[in-house]
Write a protein that binds this ligand. Structure first.
Ligand code: B16
Ligand code: MG
Length: 214
């Protein structure tokens, strides 16, 4: 197969904002009496802000403890905390292997898109000085269904005008790997967590991206 397009997740693939999401959710958890562990946090990766909150409340048996208005305030608290953490992101925070891989894709004429669930994606890409590197960046505000639903990847595929079988998707989250496959693409997973076992190709870290066969 000759790859014509690569669709990237952002958090955990291009940069390690996954860690900042964890710190911010943990801070919210402490505020509402739900301890968030790293193991549980794996289930939040790639999941939208709203769905993450619902999962946290279910995890802490507090599904019915907050009104919709209070939930909005909880999400705002988490996002403000997160936005403060990502304020100091610079191009040095691009994960190892990503820049050489992007260069390789450019040389091979492969299209590139971002399919992130994050509403902060353009801010982060701008801080990394990568905003103009991609042919298309999906606006998470326009996405109705969270990963593992394939919507965000299907939207990216449509925008770069390529067929699923000619593209691959790259993810660090189990929900994202499923979303890529549901969109009809082969999924490359970053990381060796067993929740990623269903991926088509496993890489230990982004450092291995440049060895992917195009
Ligand atoms: P925000 P990705 C996802 O980004 C994160 O993995 C997930 O932890 C986060 O809750 C979600 O974005 C929404 O982010 O609160 O910034 O809109 O991995 O799909 O790039
Ligand atoms: Mg991710």
């Amino acid at each position: 197969m000759k790859i014509k397009g690569v669709i990237f997740d952002l958090d955990g693939v291009i940069t390690d904002t996954a860690e900042y999401h964890y710190i911010a959710w943990k801070a919210l958890g402490e505020k509402i009496g739900i301890p968030i562990t790293r193991t549980f946090n794996e289930e939040l990766k790639g999941v939208s802000r709203k769905d993450s909150l619902e999962r946290i409340l279910a995890f802490g048996n507090k599904e019915d403890a907050f009104s919709d208005e209070e939930k909005e305030a909880l999400m705002a608290f988490k996002n403000e905390y997160y936005v403060k953490l990502i304020r100091d992101i610079t191009p040095r925070d691009v994960l190892p292997g990503v820049l050489p891989f992007l260069k390789k894709l450019n040389q091979a004429g492969v299209k590139k898109a971002i399919a992130s669930a994050s509403k902060n994606a353009t801010t982060i890409l701008s801080s990394l000085e990568l905003l103009n590197e991609f042919d298309y960046i999906v606006d998470a505000k326009e996405i109705r269904y969270s990963k593992p639903h394939p919507e965000v990847f299907l939207k990216a595929l449509k925008a770069i005008d390529l067929k699923a079988e000619d593209c691959i998707g790259i993810e660090d989250a189990a929900a994202g790997v499923t979303a890529i496959q549901e969109a009809g693409m082969k999924a490359v997973a970053i990381g060796l967590d067993e929740s990623l076992n269903h991926a088509d190709i496993r890489l230990q870290s982004t450092e291995e991206l440049p060895v992917l066969k195009l």
